[in-house]
Design a protein around this ligand. Structure first.
Ligand SMILES: NC(=O)c1ccc[n+]([C@@H]2O[C@H](COP(=O)([O-])OP(=O)(O)OC[C@H]3O[C@@H](n4cnc5c(N)ncnc54)[C@H](O)[C@@H]3O)[C@@H](O)[C@H]2O)c1
Length: 353
């Protein structure tokens, strides 16, 4: 009989539904508790799923429930403190939402703690499971377009929010090469936030990877564009791709589109906990995605390329804004969750973050 696990979810808003869906579809996992600072969201979420344990305070929940698996589905800046709290309370697995954080220090600490304690720590960059990205990965690995490969990604939604998915997906598609340099440019001249974290209005960056591969990522350069224009270009052809499929075009013309279906996110985590292969979203890998994003901000700050090792704990975006290097006009606004911005501001004022 396979081992069964008790799961808890911290943050019972939008994406928590996906995490709950994973657990409820798997007979080896039972959701035993939810936790949210909003009583309304907590009650609605738990009522709908008949979850008994309901908490406003994560520390109390972790101490009383002692869950085996903890999902962290809160706003960006809280992911790592909550993941660390879950590990310290004895959780065997932690699933953090992306982006890992809005800085680098917390992710470095959390990954180190997970490694020290043997915690199965993953980040929810679930697009690594999409059939189109897996098809693109296979084609690149087979040398269908030759090497080196250039990648162009053009999207909306902010670097931390959508860029974390895109950069992580590119690392996956290319087979996890090390990054070698980053050149970044940003614009922020209004007081923009995203789920409580400082957010730029536009980002443009080059990310160089071992093997000569180079990613060009443009975010919010055209307002409202989301997940568009994904292309891999090599000396022998191009691959147009999205989450659903990948289409190779080479000297023989356009080939039939390819999709490669994947096992589930949770199945892969449980298999890892059973002694199987490391999950494709292992947090030590996602840490490199986070490092690249922070290097983009740093490059924008110093107006020069940034190379590894890059260990700067604080976000250069935050530092630039707080130092007045990015003057802005107008009132603060949050592009996703205004309530997150209000909560984070209150925490800062109270000296709690
Ligand atoms: N992987 C994906 O594709 C994907 C998709 C959507 C959102 N996300 C990520 O998930 C996170 C949450 O986004 P969302 O859209 O679900 O936000 P949301 O506002 O709908 O839900 C977040 C919930 O967390 C709660 N919360 C905040 N701080 C808390 C704390 N300290 N303790 C307990 N509860 C707390 C809030 O009250 C809220 O109910 C974000 O970081 C976002 O980037 C990922």
């Amino acid at each position: 009989m396979s081992e069964t696990y008790r799961a808890a979810i911290i943050g019972t808003g939008g994406i928590a539904r996906t995490h709950a869906g994973y657990y409820m579809a798997n007979e080896r996992v039972e959701i035993v508790a939810g936790c949210d600072i909003s009583d309304e969201r907590l009650t609605a979420f738990c009522d709908e799923r008949e979850i008994e344990g309901r908490y406003a305070d994560h520390e109390r929940m972790l101490a009383e429930v002692q869950p085996d698996i903890v999902s962290v589905c809160t706003w960006n800046g809280t992911h790592m403190p909550l993941s660390i709290a879950a590990m310290e309370a004895g959780a065997r697995a932690v699933v953090s939402e992306k982006p890992m954080s809005d800085e680098l220090g917390g992710p470095m600490d959390a990954v180190a703690l997970a490694q020290e304690r043997g915690v199965y720590f993953v980040v929810h960059h679930q697009t690594r499971f999409s059939p189109g990205y897996n098809a693109a990965r296979k084609l690149v690995a087979e040398g269908a377009i030759g090497a080196p490969v250039g990648i162009h990604m053009h999207s909306g939604g902010g670097l931390l929010n959508i860029g974390s998915h895109l950069i992580d997906a590119v690392r996956f598609i290319l087979g996890e090469p090390a990054w070698e340099y980053v050149v970044g440019w940003i614009q922020r001249d209004t007081d923009r936030f995203e789920r409580g974290s400082f957010c730029e209005e536009k980002t443009h960056a080059l990310v160089g990877f071992a093997g000569g591969h180079e990613l060009v990522v443009s975010l919010d350069m055209v307002d409202g564009v989301k997940h568009k224009h994904f292309q891999l270009v090599g000396p022998d052809g191009v691959i147009n791709f999205d989450r659903e499929q990948a289409t190779l075009i080479d000297a023989d013309g356009a080939h039939e589109s390819l999709s490669i279906e994947q096992a589930g996110y949770l199945d892969e985590l449980l298999a890892w906990m059973d002694g199987g292969p490391v999950h494709r979203n292992v947090a030590s890998g996602a840490l490199e995605t986070q490092r690249i994003m922070m290097a983009i901000y740093q490059s924008a700050r110093i107006r020069s390329r940034v190379e590894p090792p890059f260990e700067q704990r604080a976000s250069a975006l935050d530092e630039m804004i707080l130092a007045g290097e990015l003057p802005f006009e107008g009132e603060p606004y949050d592009i996703r969750k205004p309530e997150a911005m209000a909560w984070v501001a209150a925490q800062r004022e109270a000296g709690r973050s």
